[in-house]
Design a protein. Sequence first.
Length: 307
Amino acid sequence: MKKIRSQNSLSALVVDMFKVLLTYPQWLAAAIISTIVVSALEPSLAWMGKKVVDDLKKGNIDLNSSLTNYIVVFGGLLIGLGLIKFGDKLIDKIYETKLIICLQRTYLQRREKERDAEDISHILYHCNRAKPGLDIIHKDGWKIISQTISVIVWQLTLAPAWLQALLIAVIPPILIGFIFGQFIQKSSLKMLTAQENIAASTQEAKKLELIANQESFLRHSIQLEIVKSGTEILMDLLTWFGLLVIVILASVFHLKIVPQDIQAGDLVLFWANLNLLSKPLGDIVKVYNKARESYPALMRILRPQLS
């Protein structure tokens, strides 16, 4: 029965999150579209690197005369991507600020009674901690999907023989990190509680309580950062562990994971796409941890009668 209530509470929370996101439908659409466009165009730099290496390998071009053309094209790609990313960041910032305002208004409408210092803590701190949970729906999820599809499509188009090795190299980071989510959620909840206690201990008579609550907040903040940063660093290291797995499978067990005839341009493309693909797939764990971190704040803002 307790599990059913928990599932119903989570479902209701997700519905409330979508209601907040759809408060500004035009900005939601703009944020999603800009994310997809940026993610789809990023692998074009890998394509450019492959083309340069392939042209040089053929040896039928004059490097001095072609260098200017390469610089112009590569510079154009960088400038174009830079402008698109700038617009994407600006849209995200405006939309995220609007979401925080909406969260603040929603909490004030749903609270059962005025609670002075606790209300201030919710408005100024909890809403900022809850907002990343909304980012998962309108930003992170779309980014992971579009980046993954884009890199795989570019790889299939330009060097399909390397796709198997590419996927094997990035799978290990996904399989680690999920076990730390529960510790992140507990630390986040303790931080919120400490922040509420700080807001309620501002009177001179409660100075000792204020100091104790501040120390508690600092302690749990450090614990949260250690777990989060440790998980992210571990995932980055496991990306290189994925390369080691490929080498072992190919050399020791003689599995045909990489092509027998390795072309320099394909190798450059593989390396670039490895870095591109490892990011969105590694972000799956980061998004999971972000969800666990923001869950306590989302419950206190959108479902204050339950929290």
